[in-house]
Design a protein. Structure first.
Lengths: 152, 157, 392, 352
């Protein structure tokens, strides 16, 4: 069963993209994300039981989150992407499905300010707790007075 | 019975380990007494950046600023130059802040005239941060040194 | 009896946290009730740095993400840029990459072995391991010019061909190295105290490992046969037939055994690669090249396959059209992923590193809970975490 | 000798009382001097020997081949600032190193260096020795507690539990020697063993092994160095100590190393007596009196053999875990030492 059939069967609206090394990237609606992941993880054919990485992207007009999964059973990898709006980037957390999502999502929140719903502990992880702003956003400016020593 | 077997195998393992340690007592020490004895390096060793020179002692640099553009540390290479009457580029000022240099060798690779080279001098400890800003005189190698280094490098290209 | 819990701060400065990891532990006597890992003390903003640098400027920094195995991250980034820009890498350069990466894997595992045993309290293996590591470092230094921050790979190949006699020194090392591993095994593997300290300690079950995204030797010690070298082939690993050692137990002892087997396997792999490298040793190749001189691309001695990529890609010209790529490289600690998104300029739009140590640190509190205080060091040591890689 | 000493006072027209009072002090002064030199040498020996085993060179900068390295270290420690943490219990913090140091010093007086060359010839010397050396654990406890540091506290707790649980097998295996020799006087124990065939290691081999293991535990050395496990507890009970106080801890540890090794030799390996029965110096008529020199040589060489063995073990083994340490002592060593005692008693009854 191919991905198209699989997604059609579950009546999911999914767009296919390609990256430079010819891997498929499946564009998922952010409301469907949790459902898709759950299906992909529990389905016996696909069984994507490993969340390798969670990559937050700032595309100026919108945010994107790229998930990469891996199935140890089939030795196949899978990329899912979801688009979030600029003003209020909120996406469902995958912590319930994958424990590894916990820190990856915290990192994404820390550096890009993307919020994850139902995350057990959404705090800054790499930067100090009192850091102002989210550094990997394209419109980020270092305005913290305390960092003045940093500018030479 | 299990316990006795475990004890015996443990004793044998400890004996083996102690034997192996004792064997090392008769191997020569690998310590290099650094300031007196120095390790041997080949010419590829990336020491600090140096400027090569022509036979007349001038620099080969043509102030193209390629090295500035590939430097990962930003603005640590500073070059100033003027053109003389014949249109040749004369370098007035060339300084590298070696305190911030990460010795990656990017500038040497990109240099179109091989004006830059990695010297084999890695002993750069100074008492003052300011002393690490090397200017033209500190960086420039003599013609003989340049030729020697280039010859060594060419040997294994 | 309920007693007051002792809250203890392990790190960020502590002899055995392998850098600047901070663990906040609640102790009940010697037993750990709760533990929390806090990271970020070594955050250098590697991903932010990429935004203001072009591809060439960023390349030397990549080595510093994991300073013990710099080649892997470097390779990961190089494959990403090569994939984006469509640069083909000559065979000989790929073989050189493979040999250097495997050497680096051995050196990284050696340092791990030494420090792991130091964490357990045995001092002398550290010196023996560092002696062997010094040999590798010397070999790599002769090739690249530096001991740790190699900056040897460039887009489209490697920077320089090997010097004369280099292949011979690698061969000598590979011949003498298995005997050295036997020595370590004699000292450690059967040692009753070592067995007591590691067997059944910090068990990662198969489900747990997959759930937490553990990769590399830690995953293979839990019985999952997953290795990016086999399953997502890159470089010339496809040409080689090598074993992936696995163990089923998933405890510290299994991780130790898997790493030792991996070192042996890497050693074999290097020996095979040496015999198969296109063009052979540089001293012979030079002679053949001068004798041949045909400069045809299909020639065995001076063609594309054996010519190391010398052409300099100009950093100002290397502009990559808008596209994205993810590369997977099996580093010495696990699956190292590099995501690069180009935007048409000479600078990357976004670079994201997925590092194996990040996931391994995440699982640490789960493993330590309920154990003894001394187990923290055994587990932390066996997971092979390198903190700059966690914080990036 | 005593009369000669008093004559000096008479000659100098000093009151005789001073002589009477100072006479017993002389052996202690001699032993104190011996101990300081020994400890400095032991530290150097350990560093050099470990360097030899781990293919390094060890200290080789101060003096010929690094001979004065420890002297330089000691001088450095003397001149260092003496830091007392702000929230520490100052009195206990200051007393602790002294409490740790003095038992190690006192027990030197109980070691018979040659026949009848012992500062305190107590009739129950063995008991006294074990009792006094057990005091030093109080120093560790107060050091760990007074430092107001959690690592120190944990280290001290480990040290106390370890010392208590290893004291029992230690005493029981020492008891086997008492059974064999029928006396607690260390001088008589050493004298009673005679040549190599009379050594108590043979009837009481397990006693020897248990005693050695317990000694390692009492000395906090690898594989039982949990109280100061540097990869776990930074430096354990002496984390907060600096300067001379740290030096006292350090010196006392090495002093104890020598004393315990000498005790092992005295109990199991014939003490000062020659393994061949006779003495070379004893054969020559005129210098018969200096036979004690040869006896001291035998004691020293055997003691250093034991010390080197302990250092060798240090280079080989990793560290045990706290619970394994406890179970090893209570579940394995203690029953074994009882069995050993029983065996030795039977041996004595039927054969000896």
């Amino acid at each position: 069963m191919s991905f198209e059939e699989f997604f059609n069967r579950h009546e999911l609206n999914i767009i296919q993209e390609k990256d430079a090394s010819d891997n498929d990237i499946w564009l998922v609606n952010q409301n469907d994300l949790l459902k898709v992941c759950e299906l992909l993880k529990t389905d016996r054919l696909f069984n994507y039981e490993m969340l390798l990485a969670l990559i937050g992207l700032d595309c100026v007009s919108h945010f994107e989150v790229l998930y990469s999964f891996y199935s140890v059973k089939n030795h196949k990898k899978l990329f899912l992407k979801t688009v979030l709006q600029k003003e209020n980037p909120v996406v469902e957390s995958l912590c319930g499905l994958y424990s590894s999502a916990n820190w990856h999502e915290r990192e994404c929140f820390d550096l890009l300010g993307i919020e994850f719903l139902n995350h057990p502990k959404l705090e800054r992880i790499l930067l100090p707790k009192d850091w102002i702003g989210h550094p990997l956003r394209k419109d980020y400016k270092e305005e913290d007075e305390r960092l003045s020593w940093n500018r030479r | 019975m299990e316990l006795i077997k475990k004890i015996i195998s443990g004793i044998i393992a400890i004996k083996n380990g102690m034997e192996m340690i004792a064997k090392h007592a008769f191997r020569p020490a690998i310590t290099i007494q650094y300031p007196e004895v120095k390790d041997q390096f080949n010419a590829r060793l990336r020491g600090h950046i140096a400027l090569t020179s022509n036979e007349d002692g001038t620099s080969k640099c043509i102030d193209c600023k390629s090295c500035v553009r590939v430097c990962p540390c930003g603005d640590l290479i500073k070059i100033e130059s003027h053109k003389d009457a014949e249109g040749n580029v004369k370098i007035d000022k060339f300084s590298i802040d070696l305190g911030r240099c990460i010795v990656c060798g990017n500038c040497v690779d990109i240099c179109p005239k091989s004006a830059l080279i990695m010297s084999n001098n890695y002993e750069l400890a100074k008492y003052d941060k300011e002393d690490l800003v090397f200017d033209l005189e500190d960086l420039k190698l003599s013609y003989e040194e340049t030729q020697h280094l280039l010859k060594e490098l060419e040997k294994d290209l | 009896m309920i007693t007051e819990e002792l809250k203890i701060n392990i790190g960020p400065q502590h002899p055995s946290t392998h850098g600047v990891l901070r663990l906040v532990a609640d102790l009940d006597g010697e037993y750990i009730r709760d533990i929390e890992a806090k990271i970020g003390y070594l955050h250098r903003g590697m991903e932010k740095l990429a935004e203001s640098r072009n591809y060439h400027q960023y390349l030397p920094m990549v080595d510093r993400i994991d300073y013990l195995s710099g080649f892997f991250n470097s390779a990961s980034f190089c494959y990403a840029v090569e994939g984006l820009a469509g640069i083909k890498v000559p065979k000989r350069a790929e073989y050189l990459r493979l040999i250097t990466m495997e050497l680096n894997r051995i050196s990284s595992h050696l340092l791990w072995l030494g420090t792991f045993l130091l964490d357990l309290g045995a001092t002398s293996p550290l010196f023996y391991c560092l002696r062997e590591r010094e040999e590798i470092v010397k070999i790599l230094e002769n090739l690249t010019g530096q001991r740790m921050m190699y900056n040897y790979y460039c887009f489209g190949g490697v920077r320089k061909d090997m010097p004369d006699g280099w292949l011979g020194s690698v061969r000598d090392f590979c011949e003498s190295f298995p005997a050295k591993i036997d020595d370590y095994e004699k000292l450690i593997t059967e040692n009753p105290i070592f067995l007591e300290r590691t067997k059944g300690v910090g068990v990662i079950s198969q489900e747990m490992a997959l759930d937490f995204g553990i990769t590399g030797a830690n995953l293979r010690a839990s019985g999952v046969k997953f290795d990016a070298r086999k399953n997502m082939p890159y470089s010339v690993y496809k040409d080689f037939n090598f074993d992936i050692p696995i163990h089923q137990e998933g405890d510290c002892y299994a991780r130790y055994q898997v790493r030792l087997l991996e070192m042996r396997e890497s050693c074999h792999l290097i020996q095979k690669a040496i015999t198969r490298i296109p063009g052979g040793a540089s001293e012979k190749l030079k002679v053949k090249r001068t004798n041949c001189g045909c400069n045809k691309p299909e020639c065995a001695f001076c063609g594309d396959e054996t010519k190391v990529f010398f052409k300099k890609t100009n950093p100002l010209v290397l502009k990559i059209p808008t596209s994205e790529i993810t590369t997977f490289v099996e580093s010495s600690r696990g699956l190292s992923t590099c995501y690069v998104r180009a935007n048409g300029t000479n600078m990357p739009d976004r670079v994201k590193w997925r590092t194996p140590s990040f996931s391994a640190t995440q699982i640490l509190p789960e493993l330590c809970k309920g154990g003894l205080y001394a187990d923290i060091m055994a587990i932390l040591g066996s997971l092979d975490i390198v903190l700059p890689e966690v914080d990036r | 000798m005593y009369d000669f000493y008093l004559k000096i006072f008479k000659y100098l027209s000093l009151p005789k009382l001073i002589g009477v009072i100072t006479w017993p002090v002389i052996p202690f002064a001699a032993i104190a001097a011996l101990m300081i030199v020994l400890v400095l040498f032991l530290v150097l020996l350990e560093r050099k020997f470990l360097a030899l085993l781990t293919i390094r060179k060890g200290p080789n900068r101060v003096g010929p081949n690094g001979l004065f390295q420890t002297v330089a270290d000691a001088i450095k420690l003397l001149f260092k600032e003496d830091i007392i943490p702000a929230n520490a219990n100052k009195i206990l913090f200051t007393i602790a190193p002294v409490v740790f140091f003095f038992p190690a010093m006192v027990v030197y007086g109980l070691i018979p260096f040659a026949h009848n060359w012992v500062a305190i010839n107590a009739s129950c010397g063995l008991l006294l020795m074990l009792a006094i050396s057990a005091i030093s654990i109080l120093g560790l406890l107060s050091a760990g507690w007074a430092s107001n540091n959690k690592y120190s506290m944990l280290g001290a707790m480990r040290a106390v539990s370890q010392a208590i649980s290893y004291e029992l097998p230690l005493v029981l295996s020492a008891l086997s020697v008492v059974v064999l020799s029928g006396t607690m006087n260390l001088n008589k124990i050493a004298f009673g063993q005679g040549n190599i065939f009379g050594w108590y290691i043979f009837p009481s081999f397990f006693g020897f092994v248990i005693f050695l293991i317990c000694t390692l535990a009492e000395l906090n050395r690898v594989p039982f160095d949990l109280p100061e496990a540097e990869s776990e507890l930074v430096s354990g009970y002496n984390t907060e100590y600096s300067g001379m106080k740290f030096a006292l801890f350090f010196l006392a540890e090495y002093a104890a190393l020598f004393v315990y090794s000498a005790l092992i030799v005295t109990l199991f390996l014939g003490g000062y007596s020659s393994p061949f029965g006779g003495y070379i110096l004893g054969l020559i008529p005129y210098i018969k009196k200096v036979v004690f020199l040869e006896q001291a040589f035998w004691l020293m060489s055997k003691t250093f053999a034991i010390i080197l063995l302990i250092m060798w073990i240090r280079a080989t083994l990793p560290r045990l875990r706290a619970d394994q340490l406890m179970s090893f002592s209570w579940k394995f060593l203690l029953p074994l030492s009882f069995l050993n005692l029983l065996f030795v008693a039977l041996f004595k009854y039927f054969i000896g």
